[in-house]
Write a protein that binds this ligand. Structure first.
Ligand code: SAM
Length: 229
């Protein structure tokens, strides 16, 4: 897609995230941002340019502080993890963990995931995670929620047949609209085997920081798994 087309689409898409920057970076964080990030940054025009074609590629959308992204990358060194997050304070935490743990299998985009999804080749992603997307609870903001039919269409194109999509939320009403959108989508099937499946994470699905906060505040998580048909 040409750049003017991309700009037009970006302008017509509502922003689904909040702040890009909270605290001022320390000198070390600034150094990571200026020097390590460019080596790991994903180019939306050719996102897989620096990734070996024989590796599985997983995508985490909105990784926040990156706890789940780092956990998965450290346990699956044979997989390349693409992490996408506009909030720079979270990105710098991931950069710090990458450096400390010498992880070579993470690539990052510090912006909206949607242009990246349009740039990725068809059927290139073997697993995707959207964990606790911004809830936008006020009625006038509901249209900003990321998980809806347009995002599912973008995901369906880039996910391989058989690929897994994991989604979580702590907002019952969001879980309901996610489920309705996914059940109505021709390219996804819910993998729930038992009625209470959505209440539990599997062992290879660690808790995120946002989930911990939701639990402290008395909300529960809804954990949804779908298969790309
Ligand atoms: C509520 S936080 C949850 C963070 C993390 N997944 C967790 O569970 O702790 C949602 C995150 O999604 C990010 N986000 C929102 N819209 C996004 C988009 N269009 N592309 C990528 N990330 C997005 C936000 O910046 C925010 O950090």
């Amino acid at each position: 897609m040409s750049e003017p087309d991309e700009e037009f689409r970006a302008a017509s898409e509502l922003r689904s995230f909040g702040r890009r920057r909270g605290r001022k970076f320390s000198p070390r964080q600034q150094d990571l941002f200026d020097n390590l990030l460019p080596r790991l940054a994903i180019d939306v025009v050719d996102p897989l340019a620096s990734i070996a074609r024989d590796r599985e590629i997983w995508l985490e959308i909105g990784f926040g502080g990156g706890e789940h992204l780092i956990w998965q990358a450290a346990r699956h060194l044979d997989v390349t993890l693409l992490g996408c997050e506009p909030f720079e304070d979270g990105v710098v935490k991931v950069l710090s963990a990458i450096e400390e743990r010498k992880l070579g299998n993470i690539r990052l985009r510090v912006d909206d995931v949607r242009p990246l999804l349009r740039g990725l080749p068809k059927s290139s992603i073997a697993r995707a995670f959207v964990l606790f997307p911004d809830p936008w609870p006020k009625r006038k903001h509901v249209k900003r929620r990321l998980v809806s039919k347009p995002l599912l269409d973008l995901l369906a194109r880039v996910m391989k047949p058989g690929a897994e999509l994991r989604i979580a939320t702590d907002i019952g009403d969001y879980a309901r609209t996610m489920l309705i959108a996914l059940m109505a989508h021709d390219d996804f099937a819910w993998t729930a085997a038992r009625p209470g499946d959505w209440r539990v994470r599997s062992e290879d699905w660690p808790e995120t920081r946002y989930e911990q906060k939701a639990l402290r505040e008395g909300r529960r998580g809804y954990f949804l798994r779908f298969r790309r048909l």
